[in-house]
Design a protein around this ligand. Structure first.
Ligand code: PLP
Length: 396
């Protein structure tokens, strides 16, 4: 069948028709356990009643308003996120990459407003992924995403994830504006930055007048058991944070959180967006936050994550020929494999389990945050059966 979609994706042949909770159903009615959730997007699963209600109620009232008018839902959501985090201001976007672009602009403008217009450097970490816009691929440290799109833009450079000596050296560069890091690398292989490393980055940024940007587009929104991942740690708050994916629960939206100090270069007319912070997105965003910040929700994420850890560790113990390491935290997890996990993804889908992959031979799991212990056990059983059949096929 011909396909007029620009051929940049390679979708699986399965066609999904509807979703409910942690399950998706294909066009033949076959159910699948969704342990990838649109890559950490459907944070409350599919067709969550509170989100459907928020969206349809708003759709019956008002869809779009330019930011030339006040949007009460936007002001409310900004205040709520600022009350729950380090942020003094929130700016709403339409995607993760747009949040990253905004963070870079705010950081450069901060130095510019202090008379340091040449301070444009952005330091990132190997393996990082910050989106597909020009700013995103230049901030990101994966050459494959930049190939064919011109030379790396001025100011952008990267060092090894976790390298202390390189960090100590690069942080002193007089043109450095900001350090950007995913506290848990997603695409790079579900790799968690150690607490001490984030604290060191924070300290060195303070000592050198450099701003710190966290990309919590994938690891935020409650995914690792805190509203934002860095809230597990003390003394490691950023100056700016890029969010998206899970904060909209499947409705496209992103957000930048920023301190008053880091935002000091921003003024009326300096930045903006047509759709960001619109009434529909804000209605859903507020409804997502009602649930995620609600009594006991994150506690339950942490508890179910414990069941997932146990299951993944037992897979590693029983299949050392296949599994090298269990990585990540909470409900953003990786099984680092001895072989390319891509074919495995297809086999698991045939068995009714949807998972993702990431760099470093990693099988990526990111189920909706409403997943239950029973769902987790079912998913682990399916992987177990697949691993057992692979071992049988290998003749052991
Ligand atoms: C850590 C991280 N940053 C940025 C992005 C880009 O987000 P979007 O695809 O919404 O532009 C992603 C998307 O996968 C991501 O995982």
């Amino acid at each position: 069948m011909s396909n007029a979609v620009l051929p940049v994706y390679g979708p699986s042949p399965v066609v999904f028709e509807r979703g409910e909770g942690v399950r998706l159903y294909d066009d033949k009615g076959k159910p699948y356990l969704d342990f990838i959730a649109g890559i950490a997007v459907n944070s409350l699963g599919h067709a969550h009643p509170a989100l459907v209600k928020a969206l349809t109620d708003q759709a019956n009232k008002l869809w779009h308003l330019s930011n030339m008018f006040r949007i009460p839902g936007q002001e409310r959501l900004a205040q709520r996120y600022c009350d729950l985090t380090f942020g003094d201001f929130a700016f709403f976007t339409n995607s993760g990459a747009e949040s990253i672009e905004g963070c870079i602009k705010i950081a450069r403008r901060y130095h510019w407003s202090k008379g340091q217009a040449d301070r444009i450097g952005i330091l990132s970490f190997n393996g990082s992924f910050h989106g597909r816009t020009l700013g995103g691929i230049n901030a990101g440290a994966q050459e494959k995403y930049r190939e064919g799109f011109g030379p790396r833009l001025p100011g952008f450079r990267s060092i090894e994830f976790g390298d202390v000596e390189a960090l100590k050296k690069e942080i002193k560069a007089p043109d450095l504006a900001a350090v950007i890091i995913e506290p848990v690398q997603g695409e790079g292989g579900v790799r968690e930055a150690p607490e001490a490393y984030l604290q060191l980055i924070r300290k060195l940024c303070d000592e050198n007048g450099v701003l710190l940007i966290y990309d919590e587009i994938q690891c935020g929104a409650g995914r690792t058991g805190q509203l934002f991942h860095h809230q597990w740690f003390k003394g490691a708050d950023p100056d700016l944070l890029a969010a998206a994916k899970g904060i909209g629960g499947g409705f496209p939206m992103g957000m930048i959180l920023v301190t008053a100090n880091a935002a000091s270069g921003m003024a009326k007319g300096v930045h903006g967006t047509t759709f960001g912070g619109g009434p529909l997105a804000m209605a859903v965003g507020n409804a997502v936050l009602d649930v995620v910040a609600g009594e006991g929700f994150l506690e339950n994420v942490r508890r179910v994550a414990g069941t997932l850890t146990q299951g993944m560790e037992s897979l590693k113990d029983r299949y050392p020929e296949l599994v090298v390491e269990v990585t990540g935290r909470g409900l953003l997890r990786g099984l680092r494999m001895t072989q390319d996990p891509m074919p495995l993804r297809g086999k698991l889908s045939d068995r009714g389990l949807l998972v993702g992959t990431a760099g470093n031979n990693t099988l990526r799991l990111a189920p909706p945050l409403i997943v239950t212990d029973a769902d987790v056990r079912e998913a682990i059983d399916i992987i177990d059966q697949q691993f057992a059949s692979m071992m049988t096929a290998a003749g052991s």
